[in-house]
Design a protein around this ligand. Structure first.
Ligand SMILES: [Zn+2]
Length: 286
């Protein structure tokens, strides 16, 4: 069943749990993620990358994901990830996305606020005032769609400033807040180190759910600890891709030899994605 993303995340936080969000570039992965969620009896979030949503076929993927969410036996939300282009946001919501990350995190503070406000205005004007908006404060190093080693210690300036949180949230009207507390997109070069004091300070300043991006590579114990500091949504992309691509690399030759067996290969793709999703769902729900 499709549910509001903030309700899904809020009720997980009440149980001391968090909801994983998985980037789906394709429908095979999305089917596997939802099947894993149904198997574990937990809600899940399907993320669509802005580059995916920027083309007609990507908008059709969003429509398909919405139908998948409606049909699921567990709560599912479909979110447009990291968007700053108002046209892509409007098109994605029209196609079926029910949540958006209005990402002004690379902009100066005031421009970030202005972007989130303009996203809300565009959605209200489009008759979609019920769309859930996540905003991001503080800059994350790395690339969302390609994993290269990111030395987080070389980017210490991007941390969320707790002193800006209340002003930012009251002026943007955001429903969730993505924070930069030592997390990065892509692959971590060396040990990732979360800044607990910063996260704790932010958590003490708001009742809204916090979001941790770039969770691939952060130790499970740290992710579980973060749920006690209002982190109710955790985004995964790199680890899911790594598993799928490694599976395809290992399995393609045998499946080609087996009469160009694409169906069998898709089955292996699917089980790689669902195994990772299920382990992640179980880890965050405990
Ligand atoms: Zn992200």
């Amino acid at each position: 069943m499709r549910v509001r993303l903030d309700d899904l995340v809020g009720s997980a936080l009440e149980r001391g749990a968090a909801v994983p969000a998985f980037t789906c570039y394709d429908f095979t992965t999305a089917l596997a993620v939802v099947a894993a969620a149904e198997k574990s009896g937990q809600g899940v979030i399907l993320l669509v990358a802005p580059k995916t949503a920027g083309v007609r076929s990507g908008l059709r993927l969003i429509t398909a994901l919405r139908a998948l969410a409606d049909d699921a036996s567990v709560p599912v939300s479909v979110q447009l990830d990291h968007a700053s282009d108002l046209e892509v946001i409007r098109d994605s919501v029209a196609a079926g996305a029910d949540a958006v990350l209005a990402d002004g995190s690379s902009l100066p503070f005031e421009e970030n606020i202005a972007l989130v406000r303009s996203v809300r205005e565009v959605l209200v004007a489009a008759g979609a005032s019920d769309v859930v908006i996540e905003a991001e404060l503080g800059g994350l190093a790395g690339d969302e769609d390609k994993a290269f080693g990111v030395d987080i210690h070389a980017h210490p300036a991007g941390l969320t400033d707790p002193g800006q949180v209340q002003d930012f949230l009251s002026r943007t009207g955001a429903d969730l807040l993505a924070v930069a507390v030592g997390n990065a997109h892509g692959r971590y070069a060396g040990e990732p180190k979360l800044h607990w004091k910063v996260l704790e300070d932010i958590a003490s300043l708001t009742e809204l759910p916090l979001v941790l991006h770039g969770a691939s590579g952060i130790p499970a114990a740290d992710l579980v600890k973060a749920t006690s500091m209002r982190v109710g949504k955790v985004n995964f992309n790199t680890e899911l891709r790594t598993g799928i691509l490694a599976t395809l690399e290992a399995e393609t030759t045998a499946h080609r030899a087996d009469g160009e067996n694409l169906q069998g290969l898709l089955g292996r793709w699917s089980s790689s994605a669902s195994t990772f999703a299920e382990a992640t769902l179980d880890m965050l729900s405990s």
